[in-house]
Design a protein around this ligand. Structure first.
Ligand SMILES: Cc1cc2nc3c(=O)[nH]c(=O)nc-3n(C[C@H](O)[C@H](O)[C@H](O)COP(=O)(O)O)c2cc1C
Length: 187
């Protein structure tokens, strides 16, 4: 079992990275190999909205500009069995890094050739300021998962005053996913 952490977090420490590290621990303890993709480490461009919005991505499942790192990331997601999608909450949304990446990826998710279809995805958002905006951030992630046919395993919203017990929840959720727990099973 390989679990890919697709992270829109720009920082190497702090609230968001701490919850990512908790999922890494849980996934590893559950027997999974972990591949953490830090989107901010790449110089990814935004969608160029080719072909007046009807570019080849929608028919042929590829991005014309994929050699900026997009193709590599897509391959790493494709070769994983389950995904942890994680972002800090910025103005009630996912970070720009994650937002622009999922904007691009959803265009390539068509024609029965989706790389996320039927993959379990654990959604994690960390709101560090007011603690507001978790729901709207999750809504963005949720819409992406519905579009791509991914299966949402759980939603874990972390803030400054719940991080102790939410870290535990994140670690346990990653452990459960790594151990092969499927949506619909009763525990
Ligand atoms: C541009 C920007 C917008 C933000 N918007 C929100 C917000 O809407 N709600 C909130 O609770 N925190 C907000 N924050 C705080 C981040 O969510 C917080 O930094 C995040 O949880 C990660 O924590 P960390 O920096 O300790 O890793 C914002 C931070 C930035 C940089």
């Amino acid at each position: 079992m390989k679990i890919c952490i697709l992270s829109g977090n720009p920082k190497n420490d702090g609230l968001c990275q701490a919850v990512i590290d908790a999922t890494k621990l849980g996934a590893t303890e559950g027997g999974a190999e972990v591949d953490e993709i830090r989107l901010c480490d790449f110089k990814l461009i935004r969608c160029q909205v080719c072909g007046d919005g009807w570019g080849p991505c929608r028919d042929e499942n590829y991005c014309t500009y994929g050699n900026d790192g997009f193709d590599e990331i897509k391959y790493r997601i494709q070769s994983s069995d389950a995904i942890i999608l994680v972002s800090p909450v910025y103005w009630g949304e996912t970070s720009e890094a994650l937002k622009s990446f999922i904007d691009r990826l959803r265009r390539c998710e068509f024609n029965g050739k989706e790389i996320l279809r039927d993959k379990q995805v654990l959604l994690i958002a960390s709101a560090g300021g007011t603690g507001n905006g978790l729901l709207s951030c999750f809504e963005q992630m949720d819409r992406f998962c519905r579009h791509t046919g991914a299966i949402i395993f759980d939603y874990i919203g972390v803030n400054r005053w719940n991080s102790d017990y939410k870290h535990l929840a994140a670690k346990t959720a990653a452990y459960a996913m790594a151990s092969g727990r499927k949506n619909g099973e009763t525990v």
